[in-house]
Design a protein around this ligand. Structure first.
Ligand code: 1GP
Length: 250
């Protein structure tokens, strides 16, 4: 069943073509810092806030961070969990994700089985997501025991994405890893976009207007940025990325 956050994202993508989501890593910020970042990102035009990191976080700190952001902005707050510990009852929705190129069944279906009853209990909206790690893969690749897809093998990314879609997954995420030196190449984004019908999310290493424009022009529907908000110029940086995305619409 499609819930209200999914409807919101789909409508925004339908009207705007490509949208931006801001990722906040709770390991790197205090709750007040997280709400400041969310507020600035929202005023620059970000469509939603994702909260999650690749390593370790206390449940209490995650709850405080989510609550602080929820109090500050009205746009959806979506959890981006790396494990069952990434679930907070205070969010609106959760990327219910399977790491499609993991060799560890835990990241394919194990964590999902453990987390599902909690998600039901907390009345979080699950957004079915196929997560595919490419290139360097970063911390997410190591933690998730992924076999990252090389940048020059777009056909492998297509095969993973299609398999996800055929299983009923409703969003596909090509992840280069937070802080990746090179973002997902436009050719890979374009190839995956050509084959799948569901929205395509792209993230990892996007730092500039030109990189955002390249991803959006290649067919990404959602561009996620995390690292760029860690400097003092959140508003300026998010505006720059969103400007890049908008240029693709022009
Ligand atoms: C990581 O794709 C996201 O999960 C965002 O990456 O932190 O490099 O923007 P950055």
């Amino acid at each position: 069943m499609v819930g209200h956050v999914e409807k919101y994202l789909l409508e925004k993508i339908a009207t705007e073509g490509a949208i931006h989501i801001t990722l906040i890593d709770p390991e790197k910020v205090t709750p007040p810092q997280a709400s400041r970042v969310a507020s600035k990102a929202k005023s620059s035009g970000t469509a939603a806030i994702m909260i999650g990191g690749s390593t370790f976080i206390s449940a209490a700190h995650l709850d405080y961070t989510v609550k602080a952001v929820k109090r500050t902005v009205k746009i959806p707050v979506i959890l981006f969990p790396n494990n069952v510990t990434g679930i907070s009852r205070y969010a609106d929705a959760i990327w219910f994700m399977s790491l499609l190129n993991s060799v560890d069944p835990y990241f394919l279906m194990g964590a999902q089985v453990l987390g599902a009853p909690l998600i039901k209990d907390y009345r979080l909206e699950p957004l079915p997501l196929g997560y595919i790690i490419v290139g360097e893969g970063g911390t997410a690749g190591v933690v998730g025991k992924a076999v990252p897809i090389p940048y020059d093998k777009p056909e492998l990314a297509v095969a993973h994405a299609l398999a996800g879609q055929y299983l009923g997954i409703r969003f596909i995420y090509l992840e280069a890893g937070s802080g990746a030196k090179k973002p997902v190449p436009a050719e890979m984004v374009r190839a995956v976009r050509r084959y799948i019908d569901v929205p395509l999310i792209v993230g990892g290493g996007i730092r500039s207007r030109a990189q955002a424009l390249a991803a959006a022009s290649a067919g990404a529907n959602v561009i996620v940025t995390g690292n760029i908000i860690e400097n003092a110029e959140v508003k300026h940086k998010v505006s720059e990325i969103i400007d890049g995305i908008k240029r693709c619409r022009a």
